[in-house]
Design a protein around this ligand. Structure first.
Ligand code: UT7
Length: 324
């Protein structure tokens, strides 16, 4: 008998305020046309004043619990991937736990920036396979609008706020790639590239929360090369090939990166979930937001083989292969 971490429910939450590209035109030397053609982004959501990452995460978690037909007390571990926590500590995950009214789960945050959800999901899988947890609530939640430098047109038009949540639970499988659940993962980091994408503030440096700084073009080149590589590796580990893929659910940073990765994997765009136009780059929230949106659109169905892949600050990157 093989234990698998099988998806039981999914949900998401987007803050009410929608900001169209045109809103930046009056404030910055930019155009809707530039943003659309260079990134595929048309609009993004921004959290309201006082609306925090944990509040977004709780709403996404409630949607996932409702989808799964579960109560908060049925969850025995909560992992939140975020780089924009409410406070330096405690973790957003413990705030989600309290917000949901759960007292029996252990809860902690994972910080791998835009790759955070992939890292969190791989960890949830490890906890389930090792018997540490039976049902894990895995959330990606971010308020990147809080760390934007609004004078930097190269970054502030790219990011948005939101949260997505997935519940995975232990189930018996056969040990073959026909099983439902997480079949393989592949994680990488290379701290030599810190300067390419970072936030210029922090507790032990200058005591500020800081602003995001990015050498976009250099990150772009790493993304195009590394994402296809990690997706191939994870598929290989699962004993599968790109032909077996029903949907690539990529990190939603830039439509050109998404397209280039799909091309390298020789997967047609009809089998790629794209939400970047409406969400922008929501960092760790982007993949669970895309999974939930795709399910709502009727794109993802039970039995579909899904590859998620992401890269972000660190650099940190990776992928997870799962059967829905
Ligand atoms: O989620 C974490 C991972 N992050 C990513 O994956 C982001 C990866 N990078 C990207 O998506 C792209 O590199 C960007 C969208 C950030 C930039 O696109 P690019 O095609 O790489 O443009 P670039 O940085 O090479 O800049 C091209 C030009 C520059 O002007 P000059 O130097 O050629 O005169 C920029 O100053 O575009 C200019 N530019 C803009 N122009 C109008 C940069 N931002 C803007 C803007 N509006 N908002």
């Amino acid at each position: 008998m093989t234990i698998r971490a099988v998806v039981r429910g999914v949900g998401h939450y987007l803050p009410a305020r929608v900001v169209e590209n045109a809103e930046f035109e009056g404030k910055l030397d930019t155009t809707d046309e530039w943003i659309r053609s260079r990134t595929g982004i048309e609009r993004r959501h921004f959290a309201a004043e006082g609306e925090t990452t944990s509040q977004l995460a709780i709403k996404a978690a409630e949607a996932a619990l409702a989808d799964a037909g579960l109560n908060a007390g049925d969850i025995d571990a909560i992992v939140v991937a975020t780089s924009t926590p409410d406070f330096t500590f405690p973790s957003v995950a413990t705030m989600v736990q309290a917000g949901l009214g759960n007292t029996n789960a252990f809860a902690f945050d994972v910080q791998a920036v835009c790759a955070g959800f992939v890292f969190a999901l791989a960890n949830a899988n490890g906890m389930i396979l090792s018997g540490q947890a039976k049902r894990v609530l895995v959330i990606g939640a971010e308020t990147f609008s809080r760390i934007m430098d609004w004078a930097d047109r190269g970054t502030c038009v790219l990011f948005g706020d939101g949260a997505g949540a997935l519940i995975v639970e232990a189930a018996e499988g056969t040990g073959t790639a026909a099983d439902r659940g997480i079949l393989a993962s592949d994680l990488h980091s290379d701290g030599r590239y810190r300067e390419l994408l970072y936030v210029d503030g922090g507790v032990s440096t200058n005591g500020r929360s800081g602003h995001l700084r990015m050498q976009g073009n250099a990150v772009f080149k790493h993304a195009v090369q590394k994402l296809a590589e990690t997706a191939h590796t994870a598929l290989e580990k699962a004993g599968l090939t790109p032909d077996d893929v029903s949907w690539i659910v990529p990190h939603q940073a830039n439509l050109r990166i998404i397209t280039a990765t799909a091309e390298r994997m020789q997967v047609p765009m009809e089998r790629v979930v794209v939400t970047v136009a409406d969400h922008g780059n929501t960092s760790a929230a982007s993949i669970p937001l895309a999974l939930s949106t795709a399910r709502a659109r009727g794109q993802i169905k039970a039995g579909d083989l899904i590859v998620t892949e992401a890269i972000g600050g660190g650099l940190a990157w990776g992928s997870v292969v799962l059967r829905w």
